[in-house]
Each structure stands twice: as C-alpha cells, then as structure tokens.
Ligand binder design. Structure first.
Ligand code: SF4
Ligand code: SF4
Ligand code: FES
Length: 255
C-alpha cells in the first residue's frame, strides 16, 4: 500500500492504482469525460488535472492528468490549487464553445462558474465532446469500426469514408457508452440500425426475444472458446435455466 496526501488528508492507495481512483476514494470529486471503469485510461478530456508535488521537490509542483498518473508513495496532491482550477475552467470554456447546446457540458461549465463561453462558439454545434469512449470501446471489443477524423472544430467520430462501416457488428456499445447520447441508432424487435448500417436480429429459441445481431453472433462464434450454441438463448433465459438447475442440485443434495 502507498500513502499519499490528497488535499491535506492522508490516504492509502493500492499498488498499481492511478491518482484519479485514489482521489475518488478519498471522497473528492473531479469532473471527467473520458474515464470509464471498463476501459484503459486515455487522458483525453484533461478535466481530471491535479497538482502533484513531493516534500523533497522544494515547493516545485507539476500538473498531471490524474487518470493516467500512478498513485506513488509520498505524493502530495491538490485538486483545487488556483492554477488547476483555472486550467480546468479554460478546458470547460473551450468545450462549451465546441458544444454550446449540450446539457452535460453546460452543467459542467456552470458547476465551474461558466455560464457562457468566452471563445467564438462553434458555428455548427455538436454534442460530441470528443471523449473517445465510443472508438475505444469498439477497439476494446476488437472491431475498430469507427475512428476520430478531421481537425479543429470539424473533428468528429465517423466510420471510414462516412459510409456504413463494413466491420461494425451492431452491438450498440458505442452508443450506450456515449456520455452525451449523441450516436443515433434505432432498435426494433427485428432490426437495429447504427452508423447507416442495418442488422437482422437473432431470436432466443426459448422466449423468442430478439437479443443480438447476426453479425454479433458470428463475431463471437468460436472466439474465447464461445460455442455457436451459446447464442441460441438470451441472457435472461440462460439465468433462468441456471437457477432451475441450481435449485434441482440443491434439492438433490438435501435428500
Ligand atoms: S455498434 Fe459498431 S461501431 Fe459501435 S461499438 Fe459496436 S461494432 Fe463498434
Ligand atoms: S460520439 Fe460520444 S462517445 Fe464518441 S467521442 Fe463523441 S461524445 Fe464521446
Ligand atoms: S478523465 Fe482524465 S483526462 Fe479525461
């Protein structure tokens, strides 16, 4: 266990933890947009900035993104130093210029005392905060169907050539993880459409519910030892079958 000081309080950190985790465990809240427990830290939104120093640094301190910085023994962390607060405000001010109509961004900005951006607002407002969660979750699944493209105000997430991405399996993970819900999709009992691509659904052989796209089933077939028959039934029916089997075994053991 490492010991650090966060805003004047001694806190313990497990080996391998990043600063953001320790700061949160210490009960200090930091705004974040690109952090997600299921994904490796990326350091893209810059909102989790903090000041770090050590006793032996003679008053010298540096700003780091806490989601990417290891919680080393002896670190002295400030989440509310003047330069950290000011820098976070600049990041939010710029974000508000990019996304002036996005409720999440408006709220974060307001929480930090910014009602209106001091920069030129984006003439084509977007809800995409460029957190990279969508592209990273797609990479994490092993598909990589979408990417961040263009520069400056026109930077956006898109499939190659803005056409229906051939590799997309229609899992909707990108849309579900998006903090501003700005990836449009439609889902019905028989079809799903996302990124301009429409998917047929596989139905559970027990309850008949459509629960996965055919492309998802094909993608996972044989991967990590998952047999094709795994996708015959939905998660809900699998759970029920397991519960039934468990109660049968328990009844047998009690005899
Ligand atoms: S829906 Fe397509 S683009 Fe989105 S995460 Fe799944 S595979 Fe990737
Ligand atoms: S589309 Fe959503 S998840 Fe993807 S980068 Fe933009 S805000 Fe983040
Ligand atoms: S949460 Fe650390 S940079 Fe986004």
């Amino acid at each position: 266990m490492n010991t650090l000081i966060v805003n004047g309080r001694h806190v313990k950190a497990r080996e391998g933890a990043m600063l953001l985790e320790v700061i949160r465990e210490a009960g200090v809240s930091l705004p974040t947009l690109c952090d997600h427990a299921a994904l490796e830290p990326w350091g893209g939104c810059r909102l989790c900035l903090v000041d770090v120093t050590r006793n032996e640094w003679d008053g010298w301190a540096k700003m780091v993104v806490s989601c990417m910085f290891p919680a080393e023994d002896g670190l002295i962390v400030r989440t509310d130093s003047q330069r950290v607060v000011e820098t976070r405000k600049v990041v939010l001010d710029l974000l508000l210029a990019r996304c002036p109509d996005t409720p999440l961004v408006q709220k974060l900005a307001r929480d930090h005392g910014i009602e209106q951006t001091s920069y030129q607002p984006n003439p084509e407002p977007t809800d995409c905060v460029l957190c990279g969660l969508c592209t990273r979750v797609c990479d994490h699944i092993g598909v990589s169907a979408i990417a961040t493209v263009n520069r400056g105000a026109g930077r956006e997430v898109a499939p190659p050539f803005h056409e229906a991405p051939p590799d997309c399996i229609g899992c909707l993970a990108c849309a579900e993880i998006c903090p501003t819900s700005c990836i449009p999709f439609t889902a019905s009992d028989s079809k799903r459409t996302i990124w301009g691509k429409t998917f047929e659904m596989v139905r559970c052989t027990l309850c008949g519910r459509a629960f996965i796209t055919k492309e998802q089933a094909a993608f996972y077939d044989g991967r990590n030892g998952v047999p094709a028959s795994y996708f015959d039934t939905c998660d809900e029916c699998k759970r029920k079958a397991q519960a039934k089997q468990f109660s049968r075994l328990s009844a047998g053991a009690g005899r």
